[in-house]
Design a protein around this ligand. Structure first.
Ligand code: ZN
Ligand code: ZN
Length: 461
């Protein structure tokens, strides 16, 4: 009754009147609060408990994962190990989910070896959580070796590998796994198709993408959701089939969301189809359908058309509606410590060295013909200041820190909370060429593998 989480106050009242509170009732309260959204209260009840079993630890850990607080989940896991309560399969699955959010490969490997040494059974569910963690922490190789060991793969296991490959731009591998899945007679789900369509999109497989999309309903009885339309719009947009994508969005029978419009606008800009871009921009503005993401794109489109009055109008609109861009931040793990950078960050102890490295790189970049893409900066600034704003983006600082704090030749892995900007993407390509380092970047939508001056995304993301 408590765990339903719909009536928290009365559950609490009942709990307070109980004379003998058992672990079970405490745990029920922790679960109840964690699911009802009040993680602080869940923690409070947890702290009040005279003794705790694994179920209780798991309930709070799961709460932290759901609330996007992976650091707290990990700290809790360490506390659990110290307390002498033995973690079980549920604990490990939960802690792996936290690690996936953090993107910390080293911690992931540590938990993997912990699970091995502690005799926790390697169920399909646990192995799938490992596959997912390794994909999200940037190690496809480890993901594959775990995946290959799963006997009797269920649909969740297949999905994690398909989505993982697609996320890394390994389209053909994703489609190969998909066909193996069909051969083994496991029924795909809507998530399977997100992976499959993304794979087609990343590899520019238009014909296949269209076929898979229509087979969803026809052969598998799965109604496409907005995410699937998003993949198809991305696929068509990338190929320059903008009118077809636009028709699809207008006639799709589900209300398009800002993400979908954003993807279409980004394609218009990429293919320099400004007339369609403007048509969509006008439509969105007239109907009040813009959000922070589309505002930036709209402004870029009008700027490219030289329509400065419109650019000014959009900036005013952004100000009036109080829209602020979510601050970008990039993290990097060095020696099992995760460092976070924001734009212009000066808080790192090695800041001075980082900025020296950045300056050295800038000289090398300019020698090789790099020009900073200042049209991406929205502020009303003069050209040199705009260059300055771009130059200290968090991605660049994290990469510079990676360069000075790891051995030459080591792969640098960084994680960006938003989509990587075009300028940082260009710079990262140059850096991979100049330094001979492989750089793996996870951004909000996918992985980018930068090797020898080019990126696995083919400059489309
Ligand atoms: Zn940037
Ligand atoms: Zn890329």
């Amino acid at each position: 009754m408590y765990a339903r989480g719909t009536d928290v106050p009365s559950a609490r009242r009942l709990f307070d009147t109980m004379l003998i509170r058992t672990i079970v009732s405490h745990t029920a309260m922790v679960t109840c609060y964690a699911k009802a959204g009040d993680i602080e209260l869940a923690r409070q009840v947890f702290d009040e408990m005279p003794e705790r079993d694994a179920v209780c630890w798991n309930a709070l850990m799961d709460g932290y994962v759901r609330h996007g607080r992976p650091d707290d989940a990990l700290t809790l896991f360490r506390g659990m190990l110290r307390s002498g309560v033995k973690p079980n399969e549920v604990t490990v699955v939960s802690v792996l989910a936290a690690i996936s959010q953090l993107g910390s490969l080293e911690t992931g490997k540590w938990v993997h070896s912990y699970a091995r040494s502690s005799g926790i059974p390697f169920t399909v569910r646990l192995r799938t959580a490992l596959v997912d963690m390794y994909c999200k922490c940037g190690s496809l190789q480890d993901a594959c070796s775990v995946f290959d060991c799963i006997r009797d793969k269920d649909v969740v296991a297949w999905n994690s590998m398909i989505v993982g490959y697609a996320m890394h731009g390994k389209s053909l591998e994703a489609l190969r796994v998909f066909s193996e899945m069909l051969k083994s007679k496991v029924q795909p789900t809507d998530i399977t198709f997100i992976g499959v369509l993304n794979a087609c999109s990343h590899a520019g497989l238009i014909k296949e993408g269209r076929e898979f999309f229509s087979s969803m309903e026809k052969d598998h009885n799965i109604e496409p959701k907005i995410e699937h339309y998003g993949c198809i719009v991305d696929l068509l947009g990338r190929a320059g089939l903008l009118e077809e994508a636009y028709d699809l969005v207008r006639n799709m029978g589900i209300r398009p969301d800002p993400v979908l419009w954003g993807s279409l606008l980004a394609s218009c800009r990429l293919h320099k189809n400004m007339s369609l871009g403007e048509k969509i921009a006008d439509f969105l503005l007239t109907n009040g359908l813009s959000n922070s993401g589309t505002f930036v794109l709209l402004s870029n489109i009008y700027a490219a058309l030289g329509k400065w009055e419109e650019v000014a109008r959009i900036r005013r609109l952004m100000k009036e509606s109080g829209i602020q861009k979510e601050p970008g931040c990039t993290s990097i793990e060095v020696d099992r410590t995760v460092y976070e950078f924001v734009a212009g960050d000066l808080s790192h102890p090695m800041s001075k060295e980082i900025y020296v490295m950045l300056e050295e790189l800038n000289v090398l970049l300019r020698d090789r013909g790099y020009v900073s893409q200042t049209e991406l900066v929205l502020h009303d600034l003069e050209e040199p200041e705009k260059q300055q704003v771009l130059a200290v983006h968090s991605e660049k600082l994290a990469i510079c820190f990676g360069l000075i704090s790891t051995e030459p030749g080591t792969t640098i892995k960084i994680f960006k909370n938003l989509r990587v900007c075009r300028d940082c993407h260009t710079v990262t390509k140059f850096v991979s060429k100049i330094t001979g380092r492989e750089i793996v970047m996870r951004d909000r939508s996918r992985f980018h593998h930068f090797v020898d001056g080019s990126c696995s995304c083919g400059d489309y993301w």
